[in-house]
Design a protein around this ligand. Structure first.
Ligand code: OGA
Ligand code: NI
Length: 323
């Protein structure tokens, strides 16, 4: 699978240990689940901060996005992927575009990777949206995505507010830097007879600021912590939140950009709907000056988001930059 902005493979950092772990039992019960409807919102905020510090991933339930809105989004996405290849290619991704439909499914038993088809399109702000890349079939694809966009944006803003306050900063601090653009991805992992040998997405951290994922009912997302892979438990209507590289950098490493990967199922199709919340290309991202001091020296350099992506995709070092 060729690397894309959302699915950067970090093969350079995969240790032998991680490979050995893949066939062992995968516990799931430890990954934090936060009930956002708890009336004690201070407690909720602390749980979100703690999960981001310790795991870089958590699930949220009772998050305010109506189940109907979620189901509708998932229905139109599934209907699109069930179209013929020719019909899907109506929104094919050009080489020079980040958006569109890309068939990446290629079984490579040697490399043990590569079984996902993907659709990418921006959903926010309106000036970044190009409907050319939004499927016209099914007919209500656009409406379903626009409805979900409103809700997922609100949820992401709440989470960014808690994370900003967790750093002792004003509520909009993180949002101001990382929420320039929202991109929808639809991942489609067809059943794979070699699911024991093959992974869906290789281990990677998300280059974005924050990723909010809706999976379908087939489990498959795993995260890496303390030398183990942990599978995410399937909780109907929950949203999975992943801390991406840019929040890790802003927080000077306090919030963890979690390493994760996906597996595929032998018989059933797995799908997922990540929304990437990310800075605009020219936004310079590095540790907030307010949190840096003698006791907390900067661990990351300041760099424009587009240059960060360029270097990460090519596995280039960041060491030569001025901080
Ligand atoms: C991604 C990703 C996870 C999933 O698209 O970057 O990690 O559950 N997806 O499909
Ligand atoms: Ni990812």
């Amino acid at each position: 699978m060729s690397p894309s902005e959302s699915t950067i493979t970090n093969s350079g950092i995969i240790s032998d240990n991680m490979v050995l772990e893949r066939d062992q039992d995968i516990p799931s019960s430890h990954i934090p689940v936060v009930d956002l409807s708890n009336p004690d919102q201070e407690l909720v905020a602390r749980a979100v901060v703690k999960a981001s510090e310790e795991w870089g991933v958590f699930q949220v339930v009772n998050h305010g996005i109506p189940t109907k809105v979620i189901q509708r989004l998932q229905n139109v996405g599934r209907q699109f992927f069930e179209l013929s290849e020719e019909e899907k290619n109506a929104v094919a991704k050009p080489d020079d575009s980040r958006e569109g439909y890309a068939r990446r499914y290629e079984l490579d038993l040697e490399r043990k990777t590569g079984t996902v088809d993907q659709l990418f399109h921006n959903i926010w702000p309106p000036s970044s949206v190009n409907y050319k890349y939004w499927p016209k079939n099914p007919l209500d694809y656009r409406e379903a995505n626009e409805e979900y966009t409103k809700h997922v944006k609100m949820l992401s803003e709440k989470i960014m507010e808690w994370l900003s306050e967790g750093l002792g900063l004003w509520g909009e601090a993180i949002k101001e830097v990382i929420s320039g653009e929202y991109m929808m991805i639809v991942n489609y992992y067809p059943p794979c007879p070699h699911s024991d040998l093959i992974e869906g997405l290789d281990p990677h951290t998300d280059v974005s600021g924050l990723t909010l994922i809706l999976p379908n009912e087939i489990p498959g997302l795993q995260v890496f912590k303390d030398d183990h892979w942990f599978g995410l438990e399937n909780i109907p209507s929950a949203v999975i939140v992943i801390i991406g590289d840019q929040i890790e950098r802003l927080s000077n490493g306090r919030y963890k950009s979690v390493l994760h990967k996906t597996t595929v199922d032998k018989e059933r199709t797995r799908m997922s709907w990540p929304v990437l919340v990310r800075p605009t290309n020219d936004m310079v991202v590095g540790p907030f000056p307010e949190i840096i001091g003698h006791d907390n020296p900067p661990k990351f350099k300041h760099i424009a988001y587009k240059d960060y992506i360029y270097r990460k995709l090519r596995h280039l070092s960041f060491a030569d930059l001025d901080s």
